[in-house]
Design a protein around this ligand. Structure first.
Ligand code: ASP
Length: 440
C-alpha cells in the first residue's frame, strides 16, 4: 500500500497544525510522499502566507517597500520551526533570495510559490525525508499549460529512486525555466500529479472539513457528509459551486484509477469522503448532493415550427457566442427554447444579443427573465429510483417555491432547477429535508 498525502494551508498554518500533519504522516508507513500547501489562515480574519507573498510582490512591482510584509512572513516560519523544535533550521538564505528577487526583478509566480517551497523544506526536515523541488519535476509547456506526460515521466523516475519525499504544491517549471504556479488552490493538483506518478493506491487530501457535505453548511444546518462520491457526481457539484477540492485536481488520478480520500486534519479518525471512478456502494440517500449558484438570466425564444428549421439552434447559440457569452443550459420545448446565461456576462450585452437573435432567427417572441438561481440535485442513485423528480417538486411546492425551469441532464445523474434568487436557500433546505432529514 502506497499513499500520497496532501495537506492544505489550514493544516499547516502554524506549528500546532504542523505537528498534527506530521503525526498523521508518521501514523502509517504507507504514507510515503507528502505535498504541502503554504501556511493558511490561523483564525478568521488572518491572512494566508500566499496572500502576504502576493502583497510583497505587488509592493515591489510598484517600487514600494516590502520589508514589513516579508518580516511578517518570516515570523510565521520562525514560529513553525521553533514550535517543531527545529528552531536552528536556517531559512535565512531563502529569505535573502526572495528579497533579492523582489528588489531586482520581481516575479509574481516565483514570489507566490515560496510559501509552498518553504513549507516543503520544513516538513522534509521535520520528517527526515528528502525534499524534491517541484521546479525540477513538474513542467508547463510553451503555451503555459501543464505538461502531463513530461511531468509524469520525469517525476516517476525521480520517485522510483526516492522512497519517501516531500514535494511542495502549487508550482512547477515553465518552458523558459522560470517558476510557474497553477491557479489558486493548485496544491490539490500537485498532490494528484504525484499520486499518479507514484502509482499510489490512494491520494489522501487532508483539509479542515471531514469531506464533502450533502449541502452547503452555510445554508443547511449541520448537513450529513458524503461517504462515497463518483468523479462525475463531483464534477456536477463542483461546477455548481461546491468547493473543497480544486476543479482540475481530479484529472491526473482519475486517469490512473486512483481514488481520492478527503480527510480532516483536526479529526483524523473521521473516514472522510471517498472520490472514486465508479462504485457498487449504495449511496446513503437517493441523492448524493445539492449545490447551486445565484444570478442567472434566462432568454426564452419562441417560434412556431422551430424544430423543423435546420440550423436554428446553431444560429441561436452563435448569437451568444459571437458576443462572448457562454451558455450555461439550453432546455427546449416544441416551439420554444430557453438559453440560460450568467447575469454578469449578459446584462451589458443584452440588447446586442437580442437584436442578433432577431436578425438571425426571426423568432415570434423573446422573453427575458432575470435574478434566477440554478440548483443541481445530483445523485447516481436517482436513475434507479422512481419519483425523484416528483419528490423534489412536491417539496418545493410545500415550501412555496415556484420552479421557473427544469432541466434533467441526459446522464440522469442530475436534475437542474431554476428558482428565483430569493427562493434559493429555501429551495435547497426543502430538497435537503425531503431526501435527507426525513430519511434519518
Ligand atoms: N497556497 C496556494 C493558495 O493559497 C495554493 C494552495 O494552497 O493550494 O492558493
Amino acid at each position: 500500500m502506497k499513499k500520497v498525502v496532501k495537506f492544505g494551508g489550514s493544516s499547516l498554518a502554524d506549528s500546532e497544525q504542523f505537528k498534527k500533519a506530521a503525526a498523521i504522516i508518521r501514523a502509517e508507513d504507507s504514507r510515503v510522499y507528502a505535498v504541502p500547501s503554504a501556511p493558511g489562515k490561523r483564525f478568521s480574519g488572518d491572512r494566508k502566507v500566499t496572500d502576504l507573498l502576493l502583497d510583497a510582490y505587488a509592493a515591489a512591482a510598484d517600487g514600494k517597500s516590502f520589508d514589513g510584509i516579508l518580516g511578517k512572513i518570516e515570523a510565521r516560519y520562525k514560529e513553525i520551526c521553533e514550535g517543531l523544535g527545529i528552531g536552528d533550521f536556517d531559512l535565512g538564505s531563502d529569505f535573502a533570495e526572495i528579497a533579492g528577487s523582489l528588489k531586482e526583478n520581481p516575479k509574481r509566480d516565483f514570489t507566490a510559490s515560496r510559501g509552498e517551497y518553504l513549507n516543503g523544506k520544513i516538513l522534509a526536515r521535520c520528517l527526515g525525508w528528502e525534499f524534491i523541488d517541484a521546479k525540477d519535476v513538474i513542467f508547463f509547456d510553451e503555451d503555459g499549460r501543464f505538461d502531463p506526460e513530461k511531468t509524469n515521466s520525469v517525476l516517476k523516475a525521480r520517485l522510483d529512486k526516492t522512497p519517501q519525499a516531500v514535494i511542495p504544491g502549487f508550482y512547477g517549471c515553465a518552458a523558459d525555466g522560470s517558476v510557474k504556479t497553477f491557479s489558486r488552490g493548485g496544491s490539490d493538483i500537485t498532490g494528484s500529479i504525484v499520486a499518479r506518478a507514484a502509482n499510489a493506491d490512494v491520494y489522501e487530501n487532508w483539509t479542515d472539513v471531514s469531506g464533502f457535505m450533502v449541502a452547503d453548511p452555510r445554508i443547511v444546518n449541520d448537513p450529513q457528509s458524503i461517504d462515497v462520491i463518483t468523479y462525475r457526481e463531483l464534477r456536477e457539484l463542483s461546477y455548481m459551486g461546491a468547493s473543497v477540492l480544486h476543479e482540475e485536481a481530479i484529472f491526473p488520478v482519475r486517469k490512473a484509477g486512483i481514488p481520492i480520500n478527503i480527510r480532516n486534519t483536526n479529526d483524523p479518525a473521521a473516514p472522510g469522503t471517498w472520490i472514486v471512478e465508479s462504485t457498487a456502494h449504495q449511496p446513503k440517500f437517493t441523492i448524493t448532493g445539492i449545490a447551486g449558484k445565484k444570478d442567472f438570466c434566462s432568454v426564452l425564444i419562441s417560434k412556431a415550427l422551430m424544430n423543423s428549421e435546420i440550423g436554428f439552434y446553431e444560429r441561436v447559440a452563435n448569437a451568444f457566442a459571437d458576443n462572448g457569452i457562454s451558455i450555461e443550459h439550453m432546455p427546449s420545448g416544441i416551439d420554444t427554447m430557453t438559453v440560460v446565461v450568467h447575469e454578469s456576462e449578459f446584462l451589458e450585452k443584452e440588447q446586442r444579443v437580442i437584436s442578433e437573435l432577431n436578425r438571425r432567427c426571426h423568432p415570434d417572441n423573446i422573453e427575458i427573465d432575470s435574478d434566477l438561481a440554478l440548483i443541481a440535485v445530483v445523485g447516481r442513485g436517482m436513475k434507479n429510483t422512481r419519483g425523484t423528480a416528483g419528490r423534489i417538486f412536491s417539496a418545493l411546492a410545500h415550501a412555496h417555491v415556484n420552479v421557473r425551469m427544469i432541466d434533467q441532464g441526459s446522464s440522469e445523474l442530475n436534475i437542474i432547477i431554476a428558482v428565483a434568487n430569493d427562493d434559493f436557500e429555501t429551495a435547497i433546505r426543502a430538497i435537503y429535508d425531503i431526501f435527507v432529514t426525513t430519511q434519518l
